[in-house]
Write a protein that binds this ligand. Sequence first.
Ligand SMILES: Cc1cc2nc3c(=O)[nH]c(=O)nc-3n(C[C@H](O)[C@H](O)[C@H](O)COP(=O)(O)O)c2cc1C
Length: 207
Amino acid sequence: MELTLAITGASGTIYAHRTLQLLAASGVVETINLILSGTAATVAQVEMGVNLRDADGAKINSWLGLEAGSKLIRLWRLDNLAAKPSSGSNKQSGMIIVPCSMGTLGAIASGAGTNLIHRAADVCLKEGRKLLLVPRETPFNAIHLENMLRLSRAGAQILPASPGFYHRPKSIDELVEHLCFRILDQFDIPHSKRSQWTGEEVVEPPA
Ligand SMILES: Cc1cc2nc3c(=O)[nH]c(=O)nc-3n(C[C@H](O)[C@H](O)[C@H](O)COP(=O)(O)O)c2cc1C
């Protein structure tokens, strides 16, 4: 399976980090086309203390804890509109944008394909391939909400970075991981733990 994953400048670099690790561990993903926006590197520095600006493949592998020679991640420059994900003839399974800023969301909703992230997302929509957006902002204004509706109507899937608590997470890692499991579930990609709710007996409070 080949996928494209883009990291943009919304809060939540940790979601991208964990999703990439889970994709790498899944055993079914052979190639991940990775694209970072300029602000993604700023947020990664602020939130994870990692310098991803002008990162090369070796730096990304080290950040993800992958083997130095791993060829799983194929890193593409944001301004490279001749890159593989920018063509509909590249038969990949789809694209994940995690986290997705309101800026990127708006650009995709407008149909402007001016950088590789916007273009690759536009290609997924026009080719009928899965486009999964993990938006993060709070609160949303009417423009954000309208853009999400517009994208949903165009075929994108909106999976907001709003983690649940029903699995009783004991750490931030568990909280993050559960959301990342939901991302993998959308592509039927296996992961180590279950994310499906299997039901629970409701215990009535004592009278
Ligand atoms: C530390 C930091 C956190 C940010 N958090 C968010 C956020 O949660 N959501 C959002 O839409 N923008 C956020 N922004 C603003 C975006 O990075 C900014 O709008 C940027 O232009 C988005 O560009 P991009 O989509 O190309 O990455 C944040 C910026 C910084 C520096």
